[in-house]
Design a protein around this ligand. Structure first.
Ligand code: HGY
Ligand code: MN
Ligand code: MN
Length: 414
């Protein structure tokens, strides 16, 4: 893909198509952590980084990191831009990738137009934000921000492969994760550009919006053990049907979320054992994802639901457990950095729409390391985590202009 300064947005769109071809599953886009498909996408980004005059590398967990420095200078400070390169199953092509490509386009502009900056820029393509393979989100940004517990390396995926082995299998260094932690002392902040994944900007007819904060999320796993049996001979009153118990719990989860303003809860994965049509399920395991902008409200819901799981299990003669997998607090975007971003949006995009993020983002983890700000880009119908996810080239051009303007303001601020 060739590059000229005035068609950065077209280049971003073309490159998004190239990245969308890096998939584990022909015919649909699935690019999980530490897979060859993710390696292939990272390889493309590294190539584009090198073409943009950046020093590209992969860190111990597989994050792709490109560094640009002003010619002949070794600046004391660094501005971070980026997002994630992994995807959910049957994903859209812009969730994550768009932010990495816009960050790259911004550096290409800086270099192409000979803009002199008093700081370096690093573009980050995180190796895992979605947590699809190992259930825990933010592995990539967690390694950089120091948010990973070493115990996470022992987690096994659906095929029984440990995270440590998966990282090593794609050339990473699982025993060097501590060294991947970035020192925050030289950082000016982290800006993440991401599709909104919701309907607000489209309803407001705005190309971009400024994110005020990111909802906290709790990920848990519920395991219900009942008694498997013959579907034809065990009377209903004598059953301890694990899936029927799960259905009651899932209904209770939905009801609890519906009853609380701003609370969302989702069961996205469900496994039934032994999994035959004529056998009463002996075991059911499912994921729970609970989110709210207010941590107290989320934690109250989690406490309620954990209690309900036990009660429903006991009432049915099943053993039901709620095990928390990961809990990430809500994050308020850094006011100063966000004010800089708002000033640019006010110039470039008429007025400023501010909105919270119900979706999790690497910025939530990067906030442990440095100030964070986020720019949302309108996406058609607010659709995301779906192959029809889409953005317009015009909106991408606005997002690139805002990112460039943000970098220029950060340069004046020094
Ligand atoms: O799940 C999320 O909110 C994000 O897409 N990882
Ligand atoms: Mn996502
Ligand atoms: Mn994302």
């Amino acid at each position: 893909v060739t590059l000229a300064a005035d068609n950065l947005a077209a280049t971003v769109m073309d490159r998004a198509e190239c990245l969308a071809a890096c998939t584990e599953e022909p015919g649909r886009l699935t690019r999980r952590f530490a897979t060859p498909a993710l390696g292939q996408a990272g390889g493309l980004v590294l190539k584009w980084m090198t073409q943009a005059g950046m020093q590209g590398r992969r860190d111990a967990i597989g994050n792709v990191i490109g560094r640009w420095e002003p010619p002949g200078r070794a600046p004391a400070q660094t501005l971070l831009l980026g997002s994630h390169l992994d995807t959910v199953r049957d994903a859209g092509r812009y969730d994550g990738a768009l932010g990495v490509l816009i960050a790259l386009a911004c550096v290409e502009h800086v270099r192409g137009d000979g803009v002199d900056l008093p700081f370096a820029i690093e573009v980050l393509g995180f190796a895992d934000e979605e947590g699809v393979r190992y259930g825990t989100a933010y592995l990539g940004s967690g390694a950089l921000a120091g948010g990973l517990a070493p115990s996470v390396l022992a987690r096994r995926d659906a095929d029984g492969i440990s995270m440590a082995d998966a990282i090593a299998a794609v050339g990473g260094a699982p025993d060097e994760l501590a060294a991947a932690r970035r020192d925050g002392a030289d950082l000016l902040g982290y800006l993440e550009v991401h599709i909104e994944q919701g309907p607000v900007l489209e309803a407001a007819d705005r190309a971009v919006g400024v994110v005020t904060g990111i909802a906290g999320q709790t990920r848990a796993e519920v395991i219900i053990d009942g008694v498997a049996g013959h579907a034809g001979t065990v009377p209903m009153a004598l059953r301890h049907d694990a899936l029927a118990a799960a259905a009651e719990v899932i209904g209770a989860i939905e009801a609890r979320a519906r009853a609380a303003e701003g609370l969302v809860a989702t069961v996205g994965e469900l496994a039934v054992e032994p999994g035959a049509s004529n056998v009463i399920p002996g075991r059911a395991r499912f994921s729970v994802d609970v989110r709210h902008l207010d941590d107290a409200a989320r934690e109250a819901a989690v406490a309620d639901l954990g209690g309900r799981v036990g009660a429903i299990g006991r009432a049915r003669g099943c053993r039901a457990t709620w095990e928390e997998v990961q809990s990430t607090p809500a994050v308020i975007c850094a006011p100063e950095l966000t004010a800089e971003l708002e000033a640019v949006v006010a110039d470039v995009a008429v007025d400023v729409v501010r909105l919270p993020s119900g979706a999790g983002h690497d910025a939530a983890m990067m906030a442990r390391l440095t100030d964070v700000a986020m720019l949302f880009v309108r996406c058609a119908g607010g659709i995301s985590h779906h192959p029809t996810e889409s953005v317009s080239e015009g909106d991408v051009a606005v997002a690139i202009d805002v990112t460039r303007g943000f970098v220029a303001r950060m340069a004046q601020r020094r």
